[in-house]
Design a protein around this ligand. Sequence first.
Ligand code: HEC
Ligand code: HEC
Ligand code: HEC
Length: 435
Amino acid sequence: MFKKICTGLLILLGLIVLAAGAVYAAYWRAALAPVDPPPPSSFSAQAIAEGRILAGIGNCSACHTVKGGAAYAGGRGLATPFGAIHATNITPDPQTGIGRWSLAAFQRAMREGVARNGEHLFPVFPYTHFALASDADIAALYAYFMTRPAVVAVTPPNTVPFPLNQRALQAGWKLLFFKPGSLPRNTAQGTDWHRGRYLAEGLAHCAACHTPRNALGAERTVAAYQGAAIDNWYAPPLTAANTAPLPWSRDELYAFLRTGATALHGVAAGPMSEVVHEGMDASPDADIRALAAYFADLARPRDANEPAVDTASVIKASLARSQKVGMVDNDRGASLYVAACASCHSNSDGQPALLRPELSLNSAVSAPDPSNLIQVILHGVGKDEGLPGALMPAFAHALSDADIVQLAAYLRRSRSHRPAWTGLEATVARVRAGK
Ligand code: HEC
Ligand code: HEC
Ligand code: HEC
C-alpha cells in the first residue's frame, strides 16, 4: 500500500517537473545580439515627435523617472505585494540603459515582456497592455527613447525575495495570465470609440490601476474597470458601478482628462494627476476625445430601462443638501468643516464651481473607499495637480487623525447617500503613514 502511494507520488512529481520544464521551454527566449547605438540622425523628426506623444500616453515617465531625477534614467521602486521592483534606465546609455538594444529587442520587450538578454520581465512593467501597440507606434517610441540624452544610472536591485525573484518563474505567470491578442472590430461602434479602445487597452494601460488584481498580481479581467486600491489611493470604477452622483458623460470625461478637473465631479489628484498632466498633456485633442468616447460607453448603464439622470435636478438637490447642514451642536465633524473647509468649498450662489469643488457632487466623497478624500485632506492638491494653478492647502499638520476621521464621516453623512465608511481610523493612519 505504502509502496503504491510512493510510486504514485513519484509519478505525480515527475509529471509536475515535466510540465514545468515544458512551460519553461515554451517561454524560453534567446538573447538578442547587442547593436551599436543607432545615431540620432537615423530617426525621422516625425517618428520622434510621435514617440514623444505616445510616451506621454504610456505614462512611461511616471515609473521610469525618479521625482526630481534625470528623465527616464529609472530607479523608482514600485511597491508590489512581493517587494519593490525598480523601473530600469531606458535612456540610450550603452552600459546601463537600452543603448545597445535593437528595434527588435525593444519591440519584444513591449510585446512579450522579455529583456534583450532573454530574461522575463515582471508584469509591473505593463507589457500585458503595451503588447497591443502597433508596429508603427512601437517604432516611434523606439525613435523617441533612442534620441533622449543618455544617462549613466545603474538600476538598484529589487527586494522581491527568493524564489519569487526568479525570472524563469514568470514563464508560469505568462502561461496563466498573459493572453496576447488583438482587439476585434466592434461593428456597433465608430472610429472614435475604436481609437479610444486602442489607446486605453494598449499604451495608456488605464486598467493597470482601475482593475482589481488577483493574489498573483494579474488583472482580474472578469472585474475589468471595477475600481481598485493603488498606492494608498483608490482608482474608482470606470463602469456603471461608479458612484459619483452624476454620470461620467463624454463631455465630463473629456474635460477631466484634458484639464484635470470638472465642476461636476472633482479633480484628478495623486497618480491620476500624473496620468493627465505628465502623460496626456502632449496628446492631441482627437485622442482625448476618443478616450472619452470609449469610457463614456463603458460607464453607460447596461440596463436599457434605467431612467436617464436629470443633471439639473441632481445638482439642485445636492447643493440644497450641502447648504442645509451647517454647524450642529456637539458635532465635531461639522465644526471642523465650517472652520477649515467652508470658506473655500461652499457654493452659496447655487452653482457648482470649478475652483470650489462641490463636495456633494465630488467623487472622493461618494466613493466606496475613503482613501482619496483622506489623501486630499492630508496633502491638499498641489498647484500642478488637478486644475493647474488651483491650490488646496494640506491639513496634515493642522488636523489630527481623530479630526480627519470626524470630518470624513461628517462629509460622507451630509453630502452623499452612500453608507457610512467603516474602518476610517485605520485608513487615516495608513494613508498618513504612506504604507
Ligand atoms: C507602471 C510602471 C511602468 C510604466 C508605466 C512603464 N514601465 Fe517600463 N518598466 C517598468 C519596470 C518596473 C520595469 C522593469 C521590470 C523588470 O525588472 O522585470 C520596466 C522595464 C522596461 C523595459 C525593459 C528595460 C530593461 O532594461 O530590461 C523597457 C524597454 C520599458 N520598460 C519601456 C517602457 C516604455 C517605453 C514605457 C511607456 C510606453 C514604459 N516602460 C512604461 C515599469 C513601467
Ligand atoms: C497610475 C494609476 C492610474 C492610471 C494608469 C489611470 N488612472 Fe484614472 N485614476 C487613478 C486614481 C488613483 C484616481 C482617483 C484620483 C482622484 O481622486 O483624484 C483616478 C481617477 C480617474 C477618474 C475619475 C473617476 C471618479 O469617479 O472620480 C477617471 C474618469 C479616470 N481615472 C480615468 C482614467 C483613464 C481614462 C485612464 C487611462 C487613460 C486612467 N484613468 C489611468 C489612477 C490611475
Ligand atoms: C483655500 C481654499 C481651500 C480650503 C480651505 C479647502 N479646500 Fe478643498 N479644494 C480647494 C481647491 C481650489 C480644490 C481644487 C484643486 C484643483 O483643482 O487643483 C479643492 C479640492 C478638494 C477636493 C476634491 C478632491 C477630488 O479628488 O476631487 C476635496 C474632496 C476637498 N477639496 C476637500 C476639502 C476639505 C475636506 C477641506 C477642509 C479640511 C478643504 N477641502 C479645504 C480649495 C480649498
